[in-house]
Design a protein around this ligand. Structure first.
Ligand SMILES: C[S@@+](CC[C@H](N)C(=O)[O-])C[C@H]1O[C@@H](n2cnc3c(N)ncnc32)[C@H](O)[C@@H]1O
Length: 264
C-alpha cells in the first residue's frame, strides 16, 4: 500500500463540482458500456471512473526520473493493440499491474521475477515518477509504464488472451455505499480481465477492506472464465511483499485478503 497522504481520500465526497466524472446511476460500473439513450447516442455518456484525478507534488528526483527514464520506460496510450515483444525487446510472460500507487511492490516483484515482463498502469503522476526512480535505482529492464485509465488500456491495447497475470493490489476501496459503484472489481470488469488472460494465466487481487474482499469473492466466483485456485481467500504468495502500511495494519489486527484465480 502507499502512504495515506498520497492517496485520494476515498471517503471524500465526490460532488459533481469536484468530480471529473460525476457518477450517474445509469452508467455501467467501472468497465461496462455506457447506457445508450437517444440523447447519449448523440453525446456519449462518460462512464464512471475508479479514480479521481488528484494533484500531487512530484519531487525533484521523481521529475528527473520522468525526464531521463520516461522516454525509455513509459509507453503512450494508444487505442490499438500493442506489440509487447517489440516494446520489451523480448518475448516473455506479460503481467499487468493495475494501480501500482508509488510502485514499491511493482519494483520489488519485477526485481525478483526477471524472466517476466511487467506493465504498470497508473494515473497518478507522482507514482509514475516514483516507479521510474525505482527502475533507475534497481536497473530494472522488465517494467513498462502507461499513465492512463487501466480500463481503457485493457479494452484497447491488450489483445484477448495475451496476459499471463494481472495484479490488482489494494484498489481504492470506495468505502461509502454511494461510491461503491466506483470500485474496480465488478462483474463487467472481471469479465474483461478474464478475457485478456491466456488460459492458465492468473488474476491476483488483494485488499484490506473486508466488505470489498467479500465483493471481490462474489464477483470472481461468478465469472465463468475464472476458477479459484483455493477455496475462498488465498494465503499471500511469497512474491507479493508486505508493505510497511500493510504490516502496521496487520499489527493493529486489521485483515488483508488475497484472491487468486486462474483463467480456465
Ligand atoms: C489505494 S491505491 C493502491 C496503490 C498500490 N497498489 C498499493 O498497494 O499501494 C489505488 C491506486 O489505483 C490507481 N487507480 C485507480 N483506478 C485506476 C484505473 N482505472 N487505472 C489506473 N490506475 C487506477 C489510483 O490512482 C491509486 O494510485
Amino acid at each position: 500500500m502507499i502512504p495515506a497522504d498520497s492517496l485520494p481520500d476515498p471517503d471524500r465526497d465526490a460532488t459533481d463540482a469536484d468530480d471529473p466524472i460525476a457518477p450517474t446511476e445509469t452508467n455501467d460500473p467501472a468497465s461496462g458500456a455506457p447506457a445508450e439513450s437517444a440523447e447519449s447516442a448523440a453525446t456519449p455518456r462518460r462512464r464512471i471512473k475508479s479514480f479521481v484525478t488528484r494533484a500531487g507534488r512530484v519531487s525533484t528526483g521523481q521529475q528527473r526520473a520522468v525526464e531521463t527514464l520516461g522516454p525509455r520506460f513509459m509507453l503512450p496510450y494508444q487505442p490499438a493493440p500493442a506489440d509487447w515483444p517489440l516494446l520489451y525487446g523480448r518475448t516473455a510472460p506479460l503481467i499487468l499491474e493495475i494501480g501500482f500507487g508509488m510502485g514499491k511492490t511493482t519494483a520489488e516483484i519485477a526485481r525478483t521475477r526477471p524472466d517476466d515482463d511487467f506493465l504498470g498502469v497508473e494515473v497518478h503522476g507522482p507514482g509514475i515518477g516514483a516507479l521510474l526512480k525505482l527502475i533507475g535505482e534497481h536497473e530494472l529492464g522488465n517494467i513498462r509504464i502507461i499513465q492512463h485509465d487501466a480500463v481503457e488500456v485493457l479494452e484497447h491495447m491488450i489483445a484477448p488472451g495475451s496476459l499471463q497475470g494481472v495484479h490488482v493490489f489494494f484498489p481504492d476501496p470506495w468505502h461509502k455505499a454511494r461510491h461503491n459503484k466506483r470500485r474496480l472489481i465488478q462483474a463487467p470488469f472481471a469479465a474483461l480481465l478474464a478475457s485478456r488472460l491466456a488460459p492458465g494465466g492468473y488474476l491476483h487481487c488483494a485488499t484490506d477492506w473486508e466488505p470489498y474482499a467479500q465483493q471481490m469473492l462474489e464477483v470472481l466466483e461468478a465469472e465463468p472464465m475464472l476458477r479459484n485456485t483455493v477455496s475462498g481467500f488465498a494465503p499471500r504468495p511469497d512474491y507479493r511483499p508486505i508493505t510497511k502500511f500493510e504490516a502496521r495494519g496487520l499489527r493493529l489486527g486489521h485483515g488483508v485478503w488475497d484472491l487468486i484465480y486462474q483463467r480456465v
